[in-house]
Design a protein around this ligand. Sequence first.
Ligand code: COA
Length: 210
Amino acid sequence: MQKESILLVGAGGHARACIDVIEQEDRFVIAGLVGLAREVGNRVLGYPVLGTDDDLPSLVGAYASALVVSGQIKSPDLRIRMFQMLKDCGFQLPCIISPRAYVSRHASLGEGTIVMHGAVVNAGASIGSNCIVNSHALIEHDVKVGDHCHISTAAILNGDVWVGAGSFVGSNACVRQGLRIGERCMVKMGEKVIADLEAHAEDASAGYSE
Ligand SMILES: CC(C)(COP(=O)(O)OP(=O)(O)OC[C@H]1O[C@@H](n2cnc3c(N)ncnc32)[C@H](O)[C@@H]1OP(=O)(O)O)[C@@H](O)C(=O)NCCC(=O)NCCS
């Protein structure tokens, strides 16, 4: 069966990690990337940077599926903007799951979310749209992660944790079971979270989608 093509939006370090996962999943052919004007014509792990954001409306005719592959640490805004742009253009945003990850059949993932090598998403967990579940992250049973979140490498969300939309959980951070992390929060690398975190005041309106 012929594989569908996918367009990747972003051309940095996280894009390279995503390429490796997409190649291993072997469900899509990577058509190329969309990057900054100065990156157009470059190659990323052999794939061409075909254009910039401005070219997305014309690319949707050639490629039905796309994925946001820019990274996210201090702000989710770039990834939110790109995700919205892809939706507005009419792209489909598939979930990508590394064959080296484990996602329970009793868990759910939103559109445009990637689960990277070695991650575990356990029974009853639900991850929103446009999220990164990075390498070796552990999402325990019944955790709820809102849209546009990045759960970094080897971070642990214990059972029943709730993470609001647009939040970042740093590498090797650990969140005690049952806690609530508000929208647009930043959990630092290595932090042990033992109490609820208030939503970041800048924009607590980004909704959590069930
Ligand atoms: C929280 C974070 C964003 C701060 O980065 P920054 O704004 O560049 O800040 P700095 O590194 O200059 O550190 C600022 C202060 O916070 C402290 N700090 C930084 N990271 C910290 C951490 N993880 N835990 C505790 N303190 C930390 C620094 O020691 C410094 O303290 P000082 O002012 O007393 O010297 C960053 O440390 C972090 O956690 N980044 C995420 C890394 C990560 O998980 N990447 C995953 C990619 S998959």
